[in-house]
Write a protein that binds this ligand. Structure first.
Ligand SMILES: [Zn+2]
Length: 294
C-alpha cells in the first residue's frame, strides 16, 4: 500500500457527518431502492447531510469553489472525462465566480482494492494531469490542484484509504477557453457524425505520450498551477515556492482503470486467477494492472 506524502496532511481536512453504522444503513437503503435517486427523501437523508469542502480559490478573484463530497466512501463516486462542471454534484456546489472554467477529478486507490464496491470506473485515471489546452495565456487561465482522502468503513470506523485529486481551471473567458481547448485537442473537428460528446479532459494515460502533463512542479514554476495550503486550516491559495508544492511525484497506474469483481467461474480452470476481491484492469480491459495475491 502506498499513499503519497501529501495524504497525511489531507486527512486533517476530512469531515464526517455520519456515524459508520448510520452511513452503512443508508447506503444499503439506497442500494435497495434505486429509484430513490434524488427523490426528496434521499435528498434529505443523504445529499443535504454531506459535508461541504473547499476545493479551490479563483486565482483571478479569490472566490471560493465549494462542493459537497461524500468522503465517507467510494460508493457514490462517478468519474467521467466528459463531466467538467462538478466534482460530486452539480446541484450541491458553489462555483463562486464567473471565472470557473472546468474541474477534473482523479481517484487514486493508493494500492488498495476497493472490495466494498463491486465495480469502480477510474475514467480519468489516478495520477492528476493538467490540460495545457485549458491553460492558455490569452485567457489568463490557470488551475488549482487540491486533494482529499476518501474513506471506507473498516470495523466500525471510517478509515482514510483513497485519494481524490481535483484540478479546477479558471480563466477570464470560460466559454471561449473551453471551446479553444476542444479545437486544440480535435483540430479536425473529428466529432462529425458521432453523437457521443467529446470529453474536455484526458486521463492520466496522456502522461505516457506527453510526460509534461503529469509534471505538476513544471506547471507551478510556469505560474499556471496553484494549490490550497494543506498546512493551514483555512486552506489559503498558494502559488510558490515550488519547494512547498505538496503534490510532486504522485504514483499510480498512470492511466484509466477499472476495478471489478466477477462471479466465480464454474470451473476453476476457466480462470485460475479468479479472486473474490476482484482485479484492476486498464481500459479496454485487456491489460491486468493489479490483482490480490492468491
Ligand atoms: Zn474568479
Amino acid at each position: 500500500m502506498s499513499s503519497h506524502s501529501s495524504f497525511a496532511k489531507t486527512v486533517a481536512h476530512l469531515k464526517f457527518t455520519f456515524t459508520p453504522e448510520e452511513y452503512l444503513l443508508l447506503v444499503e437503503q439506497i442500494r435497495q431502492q434505486h429509484k430513490m435517486f434524488f427523490e426528496p427523501m434521499e435528498k434529505k437523508v443523504y445529499w443535504l447531510r454531506m459535508p461541504t469542502y473547499l476545493f479551490a480559490r479563483c486565482p483571478l478573484c479569490r472566490a471560493e469553489y465549494t462542493s459537497i463530497a461524500d468522503t465517507h466512501s467510494l460508493f457514490r463516486w462517478v468519474i467521467s472525462r466528459e463531466e467538467y462542471r462538478s466534482i460530486f454534484s452539480a446541484y450541491f456546489q458553489r462555483e463562486g465566480c464567473t471565472h470557473f472554467t472546468a474541474v477534473q477529478s482523479f481517484i487514486n486507490l493508493n494500492g488498495y482494492f476497493p472490495t466494498e464496491v463491486s465495480y469502480f470506473n477510474g475514467d480519468c485515471g489516478d495520477i492528476p494531469v493538467v490540460m495545457p489546452e485549458l491553460l492558455l495565456d490569452e485567457f489568463h487561465a490557470s488551475a488549482v490542484i487540491h486533494s482529499l482522502p476518501i474513506c471506507r468503513v473498516e470495523g466500525n470506523e471510517f478509515v482514510p484509504r483513497y485519494s481524490l485529486y481535483t484540478v479546477t481551471y479558471y480563466s477570464d473567458a470560460p466559454e471561449e477557453a473551453r471551446q479553444r481547448s476542444y479545437e486544440l485537442s480535435f483540430p479536425n473537428d473529428s466529432n462529425d457524425g458521432d453523437p457521443s460528446p467529446i470529453p474536455l479532459f484526458d486521463s492520466s494515460g496522456r502522461i505516457i505520450r506527453e510526460p509534461v502533463v503529469g509534471d505538476m512542479p513544471y506547471w507551478v514554476k510556469k505560474g499556471k498551477l496553484h494549490w490550497l495550503d494543506l498546512d493551514d486550516p483555512a486552506l489559503p491559495l498558494k502559488s510558490g515556492p515550488v519547494s512547498d508544492f505538496p503534490y510532486a511525484g504522485i504514483q499510480g497506474f498512470g492511466r484509466k482503470y477499472i476495478y471489478r469483481k466477477r462471479p466465480k467461474p464454474r470451473w476453476r480452470w476457466l480462470d485460475r486467477h479468479w479472486h473474490p476481491d476482484g482485479e484492476i484492469r486498464s481500459y479496454p480491459l485487456n491489460e491486468l494492472l493489479a490483482r490480490p495475491s492468491l
